[in-house]
Write a protein of this length. Structure first.
Ligand SMILES: [Zn+2]
Ligand SMILES: [Zn+2]
Ligand SMILES: [Zn+2]
Length: 322
C-alpha cells in the first residue's frame, strides 16, 4: 500500500462570517474547516483501498466527494483532534452518507472505528449522541495525560504507516463536559510516519505549550524529538500577532508563536492552517488577509529570520505522498 495525504480543508472555526466586510469573508471559492485524509492506494489500478479521516468539520464531505470516485468512497478510521464544532460538525452528514452508501452497495454498514481522547469521546457522545451510537465505533484513548505527553499509537490495522497522537494544550476545549470548571486534557495532535516520511499535524493548540520550546521531563523530550525534523509540518496560525481578546486566550497560535515552534521543530516544509485574522482588528496586519497574503507575509518573515525550510498555505484537495 502506498500512502498519501489529501488536504480536505484548512479554514478556521468560523470560515466566512455573515455580515463581515473583510476580503477573506467575501471570497467565492469553496472553503472547509481544517481536515486531512490519509489514504492508501493499492493494486495496478491505484485505487483507494484504505482511508483514515482526520477531523470532520464543515465542508469536509464535499472535499471527500472530490477525492474519491463513487466506487472508492470509504472511511476505515475517523480520528479526532478534539470535539470542537469546527472539527465535528459534519459527523451527521458523514455517518449517514456512509450508511446509505453501504445500503446502495447491498452491504451491511459497520460503524466507523473512531479514535479520540477520552474527554473528547464524552463530549462527542453528549453533543452527537445519535451519530456516536449509530454511526461510530468509538475507541477513546482512556487517559487524560497532560500536554507534552505521547499517547499510544493508534491501532489502525494496516501495514506500513504509524500514527502517534500526543497531548496538547488547547484551552477552549480542555474541560470536562460534566463539570466545566474541571480541567481535562481532551486534545491531540498527530505524528504520521511511514518508512520514507514524517508528517506532523499540529493544529488547535494554544501558546501555553511551553514544553515544545523548553522540554523538561524525559517524556516531553521524547515528544519534541518525535515532532522534530518532519518533512511536512501542518501548523496552526490563527492570527498574525494577537493571542488574547478581551482577556481571554484565542486558544490558538499567532504567527509569532508559530514561528517559535517551527524554529525548534525544524521541519523541511511548514503548511499554515486554521488562519483567521479577525482578532487583529480592522486595518491591522492579518485582518481580512487572503491565503495569498498570509503566504506572502509569512514567507517574508520566514526568510528574514532564517527559519528552517519553507512556509506556505496548502491548497484545497492538494495531495502529497507520505
Ligand atoms: Zn479548530
Ligand atoms: Zn471577515
Ligand atoms: Zn478547537
Amino acid at each position: 500500500m502506498d500512502y498519501s495525504l489529501v488536504v480536505n480543508g484548512f479554514g478556521n472555526a468560523f470560515l466566512q462570517e455573515f455580515g463581515c466586510p473583510c476580503p477573506r469573508c467575501a471570497r467565492k471559492e469553496p472553503v472547509a474547516n481544517v481536515s486531512v485524509s490519509i489514504i492508501g492506494r493499492d493494486g495496478n489500478d491505484r485505487e483507494i483501498r484504505w482511508h483514515a479521516l482526520v477531523d470532520v468539520g464543515l465542508g469536509v464531505v464535499d472535499s471527500l466527494r472530490n477525492t474519491f470516485s463513487p466506487d472508492e468512497a470509504r472511511v476505515d478510521w475517523l480520528l479526532f483532534t478534539h470535539w470542537h464544532p469546527d472539527h465535528s460538525l459534519e459527523l451527521n452528514r458523514l455517518g449517514e452518507t456512509m450508511r446509505r452508501t453501504a445500503r446502495r452497495r447491498g452491504e451491511t454498514f459497520s460503524r466507523i472505528p473512531t479514535w479520540c481522547r477520552s474527554g473528547t469521546g464524552k463530549w462527542l457522545a453528549r453533543n452527537y449522541s445519535y451519530e456516536w451510537y449509530r454511526c461510530l465505533d468509538g475507541r477513546p484513548s482512556k487517559e487524560s495525560e497532560p500536554p507534552g505527553a505521547l499517547l499510544d499509537p493508534i491501532p489502525l490495522g494496516t501495514e506500513g504507516i504509524k500514527v502517534t497522537p500526543l497531548s496538547v494544550s488547547h484551552s477552549g476545549a480542555d474541560f470536562n463536559p460534566e463539570n466545566f470548571k474541571e480541567t481535562q486534557y481532551n486534545c491531540a495532535c498527530f505524528v504520521i510516519q511511514t518508512e520514507n516520511r514524517k508528517t506532523v499535524l499540529l493544529w488547535d493548540l494554544d501558546n501555553r505549550n511551553d514544553w515544545i520550546l523548553n522540554p523538561r521531563t524525559e517524556g516531553q523530550k521524547k515528544t519534541v524529538e518525535l515532532l522534530s525534523g518532519a518533512d511536512t509540518l501542518f501548523l496552526d496560525c490563527f492570527s498574525w500577532t494577537v493571542e488574547e481578546v478581551v482577556g481571554f486566550s484565542t486558544g490558538h497560535l499567532s504567527f509569532a508563536t508559530a514561528r517559535k515552534y517551527a524554529r525548534v521543530l525544524r521541519p523541511a516544509e511548514t503548511l499554515l492552517v486554521h488562519m483567521g485574522g479577525h482578532e487583529e482588528g480592522e486595518g491591522n496586519p492579518g485582518w481580512g488577509w487572503t491565503d495569498r497574503q498570509w503566504e506572502e507575509g509569512a514567507s517574508k518573515l520566514w526568510s528574514a529570520e532564517g527559519l528552517p525550510g519553507t512556509v506556505r498555505v496548502p491548497a484545497m484537495g492538494e495531495e502529497f505522498p507520505l
